[in-house]
Design a protein around this ligand. Structure first.
Ligand code: SAH
Length: 331
């Protein structure tokens, strides 16, 4: 029997090592080149706001197929060659299989297992759909106290948890129903705290995009996707992609507690529209035959429409204290 977060960590490590995750799900950079281009220009503007440090680390956590960063670098080279000259590319990726994919598109990058492996210095970091893959803990409200979920075979077991995490106690509503579930994204919170600490110490900026609510609320979001369809999360560990929604307020709070300036969370649709999603997509579409042109516009709408990915997905920026609002987050 293993605690849910330990189960999820092992299952996902196996999944990302042995399978091609993109057979099971599709992400924003795989939908349109404009997503990575806009994030590249965001990074270039953040670099300017930070006083143009040279050299600077440009890092991505969980780069998948490398598509986002390849699109970002193309835009950076075209628009801000001085940033292109100053940046050193670093990728945080545990899967050897995905590292090989990334190397095809991103020659000259340096890979790391963890955030702590990055060399010191000013850092601009981007992560899309990375935090949702990190392990979560789940707690069940029982008779006014908390039990924690473990995995036994392909079923949940509960063990009384007399000393639950402080965040759980702070975020659970007073009228928590009997049997109600709260999730704590402990690994994501630790990761963001370390990122913010480093940005405060060495300078830098980070843009985190993921899906989840603003506030932690009762309910469970652990899900498995296999062949683009929902699958039972506890069955066949390592064969499906396990993710959970990440609540953004607790992430923002722990970055602020480390002394960083935090902007957002902002709905992805609003954020991308402010960065020029529709102008750029329209410009590209005008140079294309009718079918790919329509697909280009449809992809932009899928990213931005509230009922598609525009509202559930959110963007959060973490900046060196005193830095002005980064692009898209202006009041
Ligand atoms: N950002 C990409 C891919 C998202 S899939 C995109 O938008 O398309 C999640 C990515 O995070 C994969 O590259 C996966 O291998 C990586 N990953 C998952 N858990 C990780 C961990 N604990 N440390 C580093 N990388 C991880």
């Amino acid at each position: 029997m293993r605690r849910l977060d330990h189960f999820m960590a092992t299952a996902n490590a196996q999944y990302y090592t042995e399978r091609d995750p993109f057979a099971d799900f599709i992400t924003a950079p795989e939908l349109t080149q404009v997503f990575g281009e806009l994030l590249g220009l965001w990074a270039a503007e953040a670099w300017r706001l930070l006083g143009r440090p040279d050299p600077v680390l440009l890092a991505e956590a969980g780069p998948g197929r490398g598509t986002l960063m390849a699109d970002a670098l193309r835009a950076i080279r075209a628009v801000t060659p001085d940033f292109a000259g100053a940046l050193r590319l670093h990728l945080i990726e545990t899967s050897p299989r995905l590292r090989a994919r990334q190397a095809e598109k991103l020659p000259g990058a340096t890979w790391h297992e963890t955030l702590a492996g990055l060399p010191p210095g000013p850092l601009i970091l981007i992560a899309n759909e990375f935090l949702d893959a990190l392990p979560i803990r789940q707690f069940v409200h029982r008779c006014g106290a908390w039990s924690e979920r473990y995995v036994a075979g392909a079923a949940f077991a509960e063990i009384a948890c007399p000393d639950p995490p402080a965040l759980l106690v702070e975020t659970a509503p007073p009228d928590m129903p009997e049997g109600g579930v709260m999730e704590v994204a402990e690994a994501a919170l630790d990761w963001v705290a370390a990122l913010a600490g480093r940005i405060v110490a060495d300078g830098g900026a980070a843009l985190l995009i993921d899906y989840g609510p603003v506030r932690a609320a009762p309910g469970e979001s652990l899900q498995a996707l296999r062949d683009r369809r929902p699958a039972p999360p506890l069955e066949n560990p390592g064969c499906a992609d396990l993710t959970a929604h990440v609540a953004f307020s607790p992430l923002a709070a722990c970055a602020r507690a480390r002394g960083a300036a935090v902007f957002g969370p902002l709905a992805q649709g609003v954020f991308l529209a402010r960065l020029g999603l529709f102008q750029r997509s329209g410009q590209l579409a005008r140079g294309l035959p009718p079918r790919p042109a329509a697909a280009m516009i449809a992809a932009a709408q899928r990213l931005a429409a509230p009922e598609r990915m525009g509202k559930l997905f959110k963007a959060l920026a973490i900046m060196h204290p005193g830095a002005p609002s980064p692009p898209g987050f202006e009041m």
